[in-house]
Design a binder for this molecule. Structure first.
Ligand SMILES: [Zn+2]
Length: 261
């Protein structure tokens, strides 16, 4: 068994369980311990580790609750202060769990300055990216910098096209409205909106994301395209901002735009 299971939490968070073998699971970003413990008990699963992407409360506040019942290692970013962390990780660290299951660490600063993601290679790679990349969007900048976020997204974009991406929030439907606003003629965005609306109407989640879909529809991965650059220049001109001239300044402009959309 090698699947990821979503446990909904708060308003629109997903806490992911990575099923590694038989009834063992790795818990990703437990912002709330209660639904996790209930799911483990209901399904007779044994947690073998917790991995955490960044310090926001909705990703870490359940760690201590889980540790009260299970004595398991907790992996988290080396440069953030998170209660319960036992192993501090950074770019290129290889985590081995239960001797068999491996995750590679990527530094992806931007949403927070120490944000990390966890990559599992394989026939279809999986990336657990917290609040870095979302469906048709990306995380807001809390303690990281625009340039850092731009490069973190580029790092994700360089993974194989068929990578499945597991982010921590169900934002895809709302993000696609912004994407369509920037690129009204993009047929891939129109098709994805139809697909996404149908999924949400049936109560289905829109994650995992496919990296290839994101490259075709996510404006934050398309800052090098004439369509997004032109839209960003128009917005900057209309709002008295300095006109973007390259992909990084285009990213900065549309991230600002999205905050005010
Ligand atoms: Zn966050």
């Amino acid at each position: 068994m090698n699947n990821a299971i979503a446990i909904p939490a708060f308003k629109d968070n997903y806490i992911w369980l990575i099923a590694t073998e038989s009834n063992h699971v790795i818990i990703v970003d437990p912002g709330d311990g209660r639904p996790v413990l209930k799911y483990l008990q209901d399904n007779q699963l044994n947690p073998v580790a917790i991995v955490v992407t960044h310090q926001c409360y909705d990703h870490v506040d359940g760690i201590m609750t889980i540790l009260q019942q299970f004595n398991i290692p907790v992996y988290g970013p080396a440069s953030e202060t998170i209660p319960g962390i036992t192993q501090r990780v950074k770019q290129d660290d290889l985590i081995t769990i239960n001797d068999t299951y491996q995750l590679k660490v990527l530094d992806v600063p931007g949403h927070t300055a120490g944000h990390v993601a966890y990559y599992q290679s394989g026939s279809t790679g999986k990336l657990f990216c917290g609040d870095t990349l979302f469906g048709a969007g990306c995380g807001r900048l809390h303690t990281g910098l625009y340039d850092e976020m731009f490069h973190s997204l580029q790092k994700i974009a360089a993974l194989p096209d068929d990578t499945h991406i597991y982010c921590a929030h169900e934002y895809t439907q709302a993000n696609l409205k912004f994407a369509r606003h920037l690129e009204p003629d993009n047929q891939a965005i129109r098709a994805r909106i139809e697909r996404t609306d149908a999924m949400r109407a049936r109560g289905k989640i829109t994650i995992p994301l496919r990296l290839s879909d994101e490259k075709n529809t996510n404006p934050f991965l398309r800052c090098h395209t004439p369509e997004i650059m032109t839209a960003a220049q128009r917005y900057a001109d209309d709002h008295g901002l300095s006109s973007p001239t390259d992909p990084i300044s285009t990213f900065r402009t549309i991230r600002y735009w999205k905050n005010h959309f």
